[in-house]
Design a binder for this molecule. Structure first.
Ligand code: FES
Length: 94
């Protein structure tokens, strides 16, 4: 098993896709909008550390944020931390 959960979250004017992955246990917070045409990445299938956009099947490495077919294309990725059991994402790094 490589994935524990995935969620869409709207916060601070941002639409985010949050993934809880395991082996190792970690979160990935990315922009929910696919850089191709705005697909909903939080609804994508996850295999290992790769999420596939449900619209046209572009795939993104959640650890590097790069598209697996073209590394020049990346999805926006946010720093995060967990404090007292709450996940915080740093949204000001745009
Ligand atoms: S919108 Fe994501 S692959 Fe086209």
């Amino acid at each position: 098993m490589h994935q524990l959960a995935q969620r869409f979250i709207a916060a601070g004017g941002h639409e985010l896709a949050v993934f809880h992955l395991c082996e190792p246990d970690r979160f990935v917070v990315i922009a929910n909008s696919c850089p191709h045409a705005g697909g909903n990445l939080s609804a994508g299938d996850v295999e290992g550390n790769v999420v596939t956009c449900p619209w046209h099947d572009w795939a993104f490495d959640l650890d590097t944020s790069a598209c697996t077919m073209n590394e020049q294309v990346c999805v926006k990725k946010y720093e995060w931390k967990v404090e007292a059991g709450v996940l915080f994402a740093k949204l000001s790094n745009e």
